[in-house]
Unconditional design. Structure first.
Length: 367
């Protein structure tokens, strides 16, 4: 099967990371796989282009202003006509829109699949003019998605969000997946409790809430590792706000190339994001048998509960749950291993790569 994925960029976000895993599985199955990136990579994030190049048959980069530039459509059209793909799978709204507009004028026989990777109009909801514009464009996006052959939502939270706009839209929920290694018991050789966060560094991720909670309980036996990239101005602002330039127990690690090494250092992973489509990094932390703490909002609270980790409701509760988790790490290995085993069983049941990839394969075959 000849498959083409169209995506906004190859920056290392959740959608791009999931696509990397998807194309790897498709190549193992023997498919011919191409990726079209319609725009430049985010300069504040690490590009995954090198990783994609090692896997796919070809990467096509339009390298032109996208969406409203006729040259972009001409380049996209030339690629699609030349390779005559069996399946075109678009990811993210601008890619969906470009393919739909082109398809409106040129008839392609390819099966068209759309993946909805997040709640596109919610990002610190209501606080930016961009969110207002996103809400205005939602009816157009819904119209576009209904023209596709199949829609994939990456979580039930995205499903509920989508149904809030249209009750008569058909789709399939297929979660992001993770590669699940063998279960590991908790490492009991602890001299210092290491807490970690990994993701984009911006207001939506709750970084400042994490720093507030950590500094309230901070002592010499704790350290905080913050992995990820973001706007330099925002990172500098929070370093100044919290006086972190000379704070040895809080380390900013930039982009994490070796996730396994990063998670190996942690005793507790904290993910205080306000809004996610799914929260892939939370699943990744759980797959490495890490105790996790997250905000009590969907979809994170649909993944994590008190039987397998810790959840918090507000800032005061955040501090309390963080303190409780640290005390458990120091004193109650039996309860930790119980949580981690429940966590592992959940991942194996709901987020197995083998099970979920087969669902996508069936959609490609059956439409």
């Amino acid at each position: 099967m000849k498959i083409c994925h169209i995506i906004n960029s190859l920056s290392g976000g959740g959608a791009e990371t999931h696509l990397l895993s998807l194309v790897e599985a498709q190549k193992i199955e023997g498919h011919e796989v191409h990726v079209i990136s319609i725009g430049p990579d985010n300069e504040n994030m690490r590009s995954l282009q090198n990783e994609f190049e090692k896997i796919v048959n070809k990467i096509h980069r339009l390298k032109t202003p996208r969406l409203f530039n006729p040259i972009s459509y001409k380049m996209l059209s030339n690629i699609l006509k030349k390779f005559k793909f069996d399946v075109v799978h678009s990811h993210q709204p601008r890619s969906d829109a470009m393919y739909y507009i082109l398809k409106y004028f040129i008839s392609f026989k390819s099966l068209w699949i759309v993946s909805i990777h997040g709640k596109y109009d919610t990002y610190l909801e209501g606080k930016t003019f961009l969110n207002f514009l996103r809400k205005l464009l939602m009816p157009f996006l819904i119209f576009i998605w209904k023209k596709s052959d199949h829609i994939i939502c990456i979580s039930h939270e995205v499903e509920n969000w989508l149904l809030g706009y249209s009750k008569n839209i058909k789709f399939t929920v297929i979660n992001y997946w993770i590669d699940l290694p063998s279960f590991k018991e908790f490492d009991k050789n602890i001299s210092k409790v290491t807490i970690g966060f990994m993701g984009r560094l911006n207001e939506n991720k709750g970084i400042e809430d994490l720093l507030d909670a950590f500094l309230e309980i901070e002592n010499t036996d704790l350290e905080l590792l913050i992995g990820g990239v973001g706007k330099k101005s925002y990172i500098e602002k929070i370093k100044i706000k919290y006086g972190l330039h000379n704070y040895s127990s809080i380390k900013f690690l930039d982009y994490i190339d070796d996730k396994e090494d990063f998670f190996r250092k942690l005793h507790l992973f904290v993910f205080p994001s306000y809004s996610e489509g799914l929260g892939l990094v939370l699943l990744e932390a759980m797959s490495y048998s890490k105790l996790c703490l997250t905000r009590n909002v969907p979809p994170m609270n649909q993944i994590l509960n008190e039987e397998i980790g810790f959840i918090f409701n507000n800032q005061n509760d955040f501090k309390n749950q963080l303190q409780l988790a640290v005390e458990m790490i120091r004193n109650d290995y039996v309860e930790i291993d119980k949580k981690l085993l429940n966590q592992y069983n959940l991942l194996n049941e709901k987020y197995s790569k083998n099970k979920l990839f087969k669902k996508i394969e069936r959609i490609y075959i059956n439409g």
